[in-house]
Every structure is written in C-alpha cells, then in structure tokens.
Design a protein around this ligand. Structure first.
Ligand code: PMP
Length: 325
C-alpha cells in the first residue's frame, strides 16, 4: 500500500488468486482479477496506454475530446482517464450493452452516442470515424493501436512473469475483444516461458477466428464482427469455443463458490479453462484472465432469474431442516 499522486497510478498490478473449490483436484487453477483496476476492468490498462502514447506524440492537448467505439469497458476506462487528465470523452456504443455501462461513463462525465447493435463493431467504428473527422476528436483506435498490446507486454505480462517466476505454469487462458491481452501477454510468454500453452477462447455463436459466421452474442467485450489488426495469430496454441450460457453459469459459480464476482467474459474464460483442465495432465497449472467485475452486469442475463424480493421459500425450507412445521 502507498499514497498515490493520481488514481491512474493504481492501474495494473492486479492480484492472481488460487481457486480452492471450483478447480478439479488434479490441477491448480489461478485467476488474474482485473476488477481490482480502479475503473473495474482490464481496459483501464488500454485507456492509460493510449492516452500516454498520444500525449507523448503530441496528439492530445488539454481540453481535447477523445472518442472511441466501445463495448463499454473501454468507454468507462477512457472516461475515467479523461476525467483524471483533463480531457473530454465520447463513447460510440451499440445499443445492446448494459445500462450500467452507460451510467458509469456518464458518472465520469463522458457522453454516449448509441448505434443499432446489428451494425456490429465495424459499423460503430465507421460512425466514430465520421464524427471524429467532423468534430476534430482524437480516436483511441483500440482495435488497431499498437499501444494496446504493447501495454499488455509491459504490464499484464510482466506481472504474470514476475508472479510465476520459479513456479510451474502450463496454460494461459484468455478470451479476446481487441486481442490486446491475448497478443501482448501471448507474445511475452512465448519469449520468456515458451512451454506455456496459450489458449484463446471465443463464443460458439460468434466464432470468427474459428472461421464461423458472427452473430450478436451475450459475452459483452468479446468477439467483434471482424479480426482486429493488433492480433498476432502466432501466439495461439489452442483455439476453442464456449457456450455463453455455460459461461454465464460459471460466472455465477465463481461468485457463489469462490467469492469472486466477475463478469460474463470472465465466466466464459473460466468455463473454457475448466474444459482444458479435463484433459490436462496431473499437476498442471492454469492461469485464467478475469477481465472485469460482475457488478457491470446486474441488469443483464448474468443475474436473470435471481430473486429480487424476500427469500421466503428458502426460509420455509429451513423448517424441514430443523424438523419444525
Ligand atoms: N472481456 C471484457 C468484459 C472486455 O471488455 C474486454 C475488452 N473489450 C475483453 C474481455 C477482451 O480484452 P481485449 O480487448 O484485451 O482482447
């Protein structure tokens, strides 16, 4: 613990935590909990890197407007970084993303322009380009900006290498949106720990890297409808798909059985890792990325069907447990 000069200094250095109840006994499963970032997600890293890079290149001056087409987490992160460093921020966002995301961006003083989800990220990026051109806004370009994977090489990967120095690590499991995490961490692990298998996972109903057609899916933050230019395909040892309901249910289990409330993509990544674990040899060690907090999805299918009233049925069931009527 320390005293910081800005909230932005608290980005990164997220904890790696062992799962004690969900993991099968023959392996060890660790999770990197990105909700410990001040903006609640892994995307704080991207936002800070893009802004620092643009400042260094003289592309941003105080009071300028930053614009980005975002699934939400980048918008929240950029809104936070913009607030802390004296910029304005506009998110261009599909209308299918959760209400929490819109409210958080507005809490940080950001603006939001919605577009129909059917247009996909490629359509949203076109709108963002046109608006930025017209109004002179700075585009973060998370899907193409080399500062994105670069920051994951320098921070996320460096943290993993340092935390696992001298320790066994067999699998690194991650999903992808921009592929910044996959590419950046994958490249560094390939250099420093070449025997670590890099597992990339995508929604089974939008498995673009697996060559399947894209469809609107519920794993917010994953799988845009195109292959991002920052992707380094060479880092992927194993590409797999996961069902979004299985991912959602795994996120619920992670909260209820391990006390870690993470988002839908985190649940989907963990569900993928548990599949990898099924055939992994005795003693294998897996590291799983958990990109954000579950609190970002309280209005979505993550919490669908959960009781919002009093747990009277549960209380009644307690009578039979104590033998009362
Ligand atoms: N999960 C969530 C919830 C995200 O917001 C993102 C970023 N879009 C990712 C996963 C994927 O991270 P990356 O962009 O580094 O591939």
């Amino acid at each position: 613990m320390a005293i910081y000069n800005s909230i932005l200094e608290t980005i990164g250095r997220t904890p790696i935590v062992k799962l004690n109840r969900i993991a099968p006994k023959h392996v060890s499963v660790y999770v990197k909990v990105e909700s410990f970032n001040p903006g609640g997600s892994v995307k704080d890293r991207l936002a800070l890197s893009v802004v620092l890079d643009a400042e260094a290149k003289g592309l941003l001056k105080p009071g300028d407007t930053i614009a980005e087409c975002t699934s939400g987490n980048v918008g929240i992160a950029l809104a936070m970084v913009a607030a802390a460093r004296g910029y304005r921020f506009v998110a261009i966002m599909a209308d299918s993303y959760s209400m929490e995301r819109r409210k958080l961006i507005r809490a940080y003083g950001g603006k939001i322009i919605l577009f129909p989800a059917e247009l996909g990220s490629s359509g949203g990026n076109k709108i963002a380009d046109e608006l930025a051109q017209k109004y002179g806004w700075f585009r973060a370009r998370q899907f193409d900006n080399p500062a994105n994977p670069a920051f994951h090489r320098e921070t996320t990967a460096a943290e993993i290498l340092s935390d696992f120095a001298g320790k066994r690590l067999d699998f690194f499991v991650t999903g992808f949106g921009t592929t910044g995490t996959l590419t950046g961490v994958g490249q560094m692990l390939k250099l420093a720990r070449p025997h670590v298998r890099i597992v990339a996972t995508e929604p089974e109903n939008a498995a673009v890297l697996s060559g399947k057609p894209w469809a609107i899916h519920q794993i917010q933050g994953w799988a845009p409808n195109f292959v991002p230019s920052v992707l380094d395909k060479n880092v992927i040892d194993h590409l797999m798909t996961i069902n979004e309901v299985v991912g959602r249910d795994t996120a619920r289990r992670l909260a209820a059985e391990e006390g870690i409330f993470a988002g839908i993509s985190a649940g989907a990544t963990l569900a993928s890792a548990l599949k990898v674990a099924e055939t992994a040899e005795e003693g294998s060690v897996l590291l799983v990325m958990l990109p954000d907090t579950g609190e970002r999805y309280l209005s979505t299918f993550l919490m669908e069907g959960t009781n919002e009233g009093s747990d009277d049925d549960w209380l009644a069931s307690q009578n039979s447990e104590i033998g009362a009527s």
